[in-house]
Design a binder for this molecule. Structure first.
Ligand SMILES: Nc1ncnc2c1ncn2[C@@H]1O[C@H](COP(=O)(O)OP(=O)(O)O)[C@@H](O)[C@H]1O
Ligand SMILES: [Mg+2]
Length: 575
């Protein structure tokens, strides 16, 4: 028989010591713990003259044993899963005691894994006081192993345990690395999302996937009530409460204290909310995490475990990280939405201003011919007899002219009234506000903004909304002249003006410049060189500045850029 051995090779003699030495050296030298286990098994089989041997490891999640490496077993046997307490292997795992079975047919615990086995030896693998697996070897001969063999196998098993410890560490590291990668991907995904419903859905989805939870839900906080906004997992929406008042359950403390809460077995708690939960949720543990940005709590992320799971610290850190990513995305989305409404409002007010400008101009243009027509009608009447039948027509004409005059002066009066009340305005503040408003757009277009203002500026009197429009129009013109990005520089300073000091603002771009041919026309209404232009921007700016007793001009322009300068008088000190 190939596996039988002479008596002098029994453990305890020089060859056994030699084997232990080789195993120790190999296990310490190899980078690959699997290779180490294979090597150990081979040594066991050879030194103990076994017919087959295997190392089964305990799966941490289920507690059952799975064969990790084997020697002399066929593929089908290796696939078997052994429960704790089942067969010799399961028994050894459960009681953590080595077993030597001289005749397996006489042992009621024995479960056949391979045909032909007559005797067996099994030793528990222990790591830091826990059984992590079982080393097994068997022989086709009866009573093939001695008590000395048990001692020998125990020594080798020790080496195997160390190697397994390394496998686990490695696996743990790998799974942590994978988790970290997934976390980064989730964070990137969340950062890209721009609307709140999308974020709440993504948040629930990523959290569930990363945690391996049964389900995850996001509750949005509105006026002290949490509302279910998204749910990911194998639960129906009806499994969770659609809304939860903060003062009704311990989930409320998640919001009020800003801390996570774990509910170990939801259905077992006294609380009304949890008792009423649907069966699958009631039989699970819950983890609730606040979703907050600085002092604002947006909602609560609720994780439903698979049954009575104990959330680890790692789990909590993971969910906390995701919820903070979610919170900053929600914060961004809200800011983004705000910028859009502001932009929309600006565009509307630009259109209104343009309309005001237009009607004032039309009224002006009509008023002059009307005056002429009125004069002429007077002269016409003078040359006519009182009973001339055309006198009546002339009367109607003069009546209509008077009506039109009325309309025109009403329009002109209105456009004056529209400019609204003047208040104190800080031009530096206005410049900063405008660049803040355009921030996202400028970022997208690769334009850097610099505001240079050396001194404390005096205030000017004006309409803040209209002054903001000046900045926005001039800055947007500059941006449009810099396809592919560039720099906008705003310089503010006090300078002497025609009648006292003025605050002068220079806006310089690094754009393409204004061709000399069109330079005289750029302030005209409806003059534009751009396909989607209105030609109203500069005309409005000029009109607003005139209303503010200021003005604007191009200070320099050329292929390296353009600089506009506008000014508004310093507010006259009130007595
Ligand atoms: N910073 C600038 N650089 C180059 N050209 C400019 C600049 N600002 C204004 N322009 C020119 O002046 C024209 C009129 O500008 P504007 O009155 O704002 O109308 P719009 O922007 O709708 O064309 C523009 O079409 C462009 O040709
Ligand atoms: Mg413009």
């Amino acid at each position: 028989m190939p596996n039988s051995r002479p008596a002098q090779e029994r453990p305890g003699d020089a060859r056994v010591l030699d084997c232990l030495y080789r195993v120790g050296a190999f296990v310490n030298a190899t980078e690959d713990p699997r290779e180490a286990l294979d090597f150990i098994l081979e040594e066991i089989v050879r030194t103990l003259g076994a017919s087959s041997a295997s190392i089964a490891l305990v799966e941490p999640a289920t507690g059952s044993l799975r064969i990790e490496v084997s020697n002399g077993l066929d593929a089908a046997s290796v696939k078997q899963v052994i429960d704790q307490g089942q067969g010799i292997t399961g028994w050894v795992a459960l009681y953590a005691k080595p077993q030597r079975i001289p005749d397996v047919s006489k042992d009621p615990r024995y479960v056949e894994i391979r045909k032909g086995v007559r005797s067996e030896l099994a030793v528990p693998m222990e790591l830091m006081g826990n059984v992590i697996g079982v080393v097994n070897c068997d022989s086709d001969r009866l009573d093939a192993f001695t008590e000395q063999d048990v001692a020998f196998l125990s020594l080798l098993t020790n080496e195997a345990s160390k190697a397994v410890g390394r496998i686990w560490l490695l696996r743990q590291l790998r799974s942590k690395a994978a988790q970290l990668e997934a976390l980064v991907r989730a964070a990137q995904g969340l950062a890209r999302e721009r609307d709140e419903p999308g974020i709440s859905l993504d948040l629930a989805r990523h959290t569930r996937a990363l945690l391996g939870a049964r389900a995850c839900a996001y509750y949005n906080l509105v006026d002290d009530v949490l509302h279910l906004r998204s749910l990911d997992g194998d639960l129906g929406v009806s499994a969770l409460a659609p809304s939860i008042a903060l003062n009704r359950t311990s989930l409320g403390t998640v919001v009020t204290r800003g801390r996570s809460v774990v509910v170990p077995l939801a259905g077992k708690t006294e609380e009304d909310l949890f008792i009423r939960l649907s069966a699958p949720v009631a039989a699970s543990s819950l983890l609730a995490m606040p979703v907050r940005y600085e002092d604002d709590t947006f909602g609560v992320l609720l994780c439903v475990a698979m049954g009575a799971y104990r959330f680890s610290d790692d789990d909590k850190h993971l969910v906390a990280a995701l919820s903070s990513f979610g919170a900053s995305s929600i914060q961004n989305a809200r800011l983004y939405a705000k910028v859009f409404t502001v932009e929309e409002g600006l565009r509307r007010s630009e259109r209104l201003t343009a309309l005001g400008l237009l009607s004032a101009e039309v009224a002006h243009e009509i008023r002059n011919p009307l005056t002429v027509m009125k004069l002429l009608s007077d002269t016409l009447a003078q040359g006519m007899a009182a009973d001339d039948p055309k006198m009546e027509d002339l009367g109607v004409m003069r009546e209509k002219i008077a009506h039109m005059e009325g309309v025109v002066s009403r329009v002109l009066g209105m456009s004056k009234a529209q400019s609204g009340a003047f208040r104190d305005v800080d031009l530096r503040q206005a410049a900063e506000n405008a660049s803040l408003l355009l921030r996202l757009k400028l970022q997208q277009l690769g334009v850097k903004v610099d505001i240079v203002c050396a001194e404390a500026l005096p205030l000017v009197e004006g309409n803040a909304g209209q002054i903001q429009q000046i900045f926005l129009n001039l800055m947007m013109n500059g941006v449009q002249a810099m396809a592919g990005g560039g720099a906008l520089t705003l310089r503010l300073a006090v300078e002497p003006g025609p009648q006292g000091d003025v605050v002068a603002v220079r806006i310089a771009d690094t754009g393409t410049g204004i061709p000399p041919k069109i330079l005289p026309k750029i302030f005209d209404s409806f003059f534009t060189s751009r396909e989607d232009g209105t030609g109203l921007g500069l005309a409005i700016v000029k009109r607003i500045l005139r209303d503010h007793r200021g003005d604007i001009a191009v200070e320099s322009t050329g292929p390296t850029g353009t600089q506009f300068r506008f000014w508004i008088p310093v507010r006259s000190s009130r007595a």
